[in-house]
Design a protein around this ligand. Sequence first.
Ligand SMILES: Cc1cc2nc3c(=O)[nH]c(=O)nc-3n(C[C@H](O)[C@H](O)[C@H](O)COP(=O)(O)OP(=O)(O)OC[C@H]3O[C@@H](n4cnc5c(N)ncnc54)[C@H](O)[C@@H]3O)c2cc1C
Length: 604
Amino acid sequence: MPKKYIDIDSLKYVLYDIHNLEDVLVNTRYEDHDIESLDLFLDSVKEFSDRELFPYFKEMDEQPAYYKDGAVIVHDQVKTLMQKGGEMGLISASFDYEDGGLQIPFLAHTAATYIMDAANNHLPGYAGLTQGAAELIIEFANQELKDTYVEKMASGQWGGSMCLTEPQAGSSLSDIVTKATPTDEGHYKINGQKIFISGGDYQHAENIVHLVLARIEGAPKGTKGISLFVVPKNRPTADGTLEYNDVMTVADFQKMGQRGYCTTHLGFGDTQDCRGWLVGEPNKGLKYMFLMMNAARIGVGRGASAIAMAAYRASLQYANERPQGRKLTGSGKKNPEEKQALIIEHPDVRRMLLLQKAVAEGSMSLVFLAAKYYDIIASTKDPKEKEKYHLLLEMIIPMVKTYPSEAGTASVNNGLQVLGGYGFCTDFILQQYYRDIRIFALYEGTTGIQSQDLLGRKVTMENGKGLELLSGEIMKVILEASKDETLKKYATTLGEKLQLTQQVLQHLLPFAKKGNYERYLADANLFMEHLSIVVVGWLWLEIAVDARKELKNEQRKYPEVFYESKVKTMRYFFAYEIPKTNALTESLMGNEEVTIKTAKEHII
Ligand SMILES: Cc1cc2nc3c(=O)[nH]c(=O)nc-3n(C[C@H](O)[C@H](O)[C@H](O)COP(=O)(O)OP(=O)(O)OC[C@H]3O[C@@H](n4cnc5c(N)ncnc54)[C@H](O)[C@@H]3O)c2cc1C
């Protein structure tokens, strides 16, 4: 196993110096916290991850979750995570005090979970889903449901899951058919099948509280007729015991990655005795879920970015230890008498490592930025500020989910390449990161669906206000960078790419105005890639502006080489990634309409 799974200095640098966690703390909600106490919290999570997560990473892949006699058996470390994680407040850290939480800013909690994801991405999901399910109850359910469930979930005694997907309803949730029939006793009878449910059942949880989307009999068709229910695996009775609630575990999906994180098929109401309790009002289920969706999407981006980070650390270690070949001399001749060079000496290997670093840390900055916006929205009292950051968050959220997942997968692929043949072998960890990260572009809305959200909804919302605000934020950094002679040319380049984005939109938007949405959205994925590269370019330029200032500061926090490496990585991003926007623009502005005009009969 590699020695290091995370560069904690870079994480703290992006958290404290780039996204200024301190700014978030000015709000009264966080008045009991300061940087020192949050730093201690992060250090305790790092220590916990070193001890309880990272050592089990490989083992959890080799001993995956499996189905046996109606139950799912997972690795014992899931129990440790839920128990000790619960005791440390990892599940409830961002909840209000009155709900048993620590009122920790979401940004700090995101950084803490990032560390855990990098250590072992098979484990934090169990706690994360429990947190998400409890949050839905806190936010929208009645007091009785809150009193029954939240405390036990926050402590890790009971797990939680999110049940949206059905065999015929994956990307399109409007096709959900799970049925909820009202009874005279206050609860509903639930009937249906849910597939791909993460953390849906495991032997260590005394109970699992499922948050289930279902349709009340007679509800309108489509998304407007979907309601949300609390459906526990075991229902609490008046005498405090638990009674089986007819939630059957049908299977555990066997996967190529995240094999320690179980993915279950659940059957509700096989013997007509499954009870569900309505959360909030009928037919508002999807709306409630969507209100939690931003946090969930930040969570997916966070996980992918953390895996990209861990893979980078492993590739970097290998590249610094593996001798192979000799450096090309000026004449191009190799001297066999010379000692072999370490592979990190070869420019092509450095290209791959720099790509990994650029994606891992660039996407970490993107994820933390979103978490910061999330905190500002949750805590500000100023309606104008709330509206501004709400639009900014909505604008970036599809990219926060997608860029770390897609670029992260490409970066881990390069990381595997750094190891040569060993990268393909199970003795080395890169192949596991490669398999694990692949899911992130699929769940919580595929890249295709996120891209349609970005171009179809976010770009056009409020007459383009979100994109206008985002462009304004990018321009601020461009202006700042232009004042530094060394950074000026990168600032100019970024400004030009932002103009390219505008040209692309001027070309595409008329299709939407004419109601030709198929044409407008046909290349939404390409637009996603284009804008994400511009956005991550912006974030790297922001880091370079700060690093250049620190290089002139005698009192700098980290050594010179730390800041130099940030500036160098920004230069890599502008030399190798930013130019991709040109090729993407060419395709986006093309008029061939190949994917629309090629009939399915011609795809043979
Ligand atoms: C490991 C794992 C864990 C999961 N965990 C959960 C969970 O905890 N809870 C839960 O509810 N679900 C969960 N899911 C389900 C996941 O969210 C879905 O798999 C995902 O939303 C895609 O749905 P699908 O698999 O039915 O694919 P489809 O929707 O069938 O998509 C197939 C392909 O078609 C494309 N496509 C579909 N519709 C359109 C369209 N309208 N326009 C353009 N392209 C389109 C997609 O982008 C994709 O490329 C999980 C899935 C996996 C694999």
